[in-house]
Design a protein around this ligand. Structure first.
Ligand SMILES: [Zn+2]
Length: 304
């Protein structure tokens, strides 16, 4: 596969709505949209939303008059002109529905609903954890249809926090990939390396630094291949490939990596088939980077 091939499918980068960001400060438009009978609302409570699994996994959207009286955020508009909001508050009780978070349903919802819940849980977490002005401590006011908070004391504006993180598929000259196990993970779990971008650092520098810190390898040919939001709770995952010399001894940092090893495609398949290795699930960009290298769906991957 060409090195420049994009990632074919990313669970959390499938949103279909127009975010209509220019309407966020138009109070008349927002009021009319909230009053429209076909407007739909996704209610979020501590990262969870109402879902149903029949006939297919989908969000249970309610009308504005069924929504709780919480913070409200404009999420977007579909091609038919239906407007979608998110609201924080207690989930309505609706027979035949259940509750779920992004981790459970992000990969199995349809494109529209996957985008809706990804956007909504990101905003809900930010509003819940960033209520006060970082300059003066005053409780800030929600504005721009839920996408900005403003301090009434000093006028400072605060935007939803997104923490960029790089995640990288490192290959050697024999096209093996490096998989590692984090300290909190089950014994059979392996994935590719990842880490947060630091202030004053480019994405490419972050890739090189993280690989060096975690396993002691120098990398070259750092290439961007795709991204997806990862609001668990507030990251953006930026996917890269990089190459290194597979003869260089691995020096895992015991604080971050319990073990690390190289895998050919046949070795990865054998390890998964034998039950010795569990690869990342379909929600993650890690899985899609591994699939892109592997050239096929991984064995034993959960169904989408
Ligand atoms: Zn302030």
């Amino acid at each position: 596969m060409a090195d420049t091939a994009p990632l074919e499918w990313l669970a959390l980068a499938r949103g279909t709505l127009d975010r209509v960001a220019l309407n966020r400060r138009d109070d008349a438009w927002l009021d009319a949209a909230w009053a429209a009978p076909d407007t739909r609302v996704v209610v979020v409570d501590d990262g969870r939303a109402l879902v149903t699994y029949e006939p297919d996994p989908s969000l249970v959207l309610v009308s504005p008059d069924q929504a709780p009286d919480g913070d409200r955020w404009l999420l977007g508009e579909d091609e038919a002109g239906t407007v979608y909001f998110g609201v924080s508050g207690e989930l309505p009780t609706i027979e035949g529905t259940g509750t779920a978070g992004l981790r459970r349903v992000g990969a199995i919802l349809g494109d529209r609903d996957s985008g809706l819940i990804t956007h909504a849980v990101a905003l809900e977490h930010w509003h819940r954890t960033h209520r006060h002005c970082p300059r003066c401590g005053t409780v800030t006011r929600v504005t721009s249809a839920g996408h900005v908070r403003v301090c009434p004391e000093d006028g400072s504006q605060h935007f939803p926090r997104v923490d960029p993180a790089v995640i990288m598929l490192v290959t050697d000259e024999n096209d093996r990939i490096l998989l590692a196990r984090g300290p909190q993970w089950p014994a059979d779990r392996r994935s590719i390396l990842a880490g947060f971008v630091e202030p004053g650092e480019s994405l490419e520098q972050a890739v090189a630094r993280e690989v060096h810190e975690e396993v002691g390898l120098p990398v070259r040919d750092v290439r961007y291949v795709g991204s997806q939001p990862w609001p668990l709770p507030q990251s953006l995952m930026l996917g890269f490939t990089a190459t290194t010399d597979g003869d260089t001894p691995l020096r895992p940092d015991p604080e971050e990596i319990l073990d690390a090893a190289w895998y050919t495609r046949a070795e990865l398949r054998a390890a998964i088939d034998a039950g010795d290795l569990v690869a990342p699930g379909p929600l993650s960009i890690a899985a899609q980077l591994i699939i892109r290298w592997y050239g096929d769906q991984l064995p034993k991957m959960q169904p989408f």
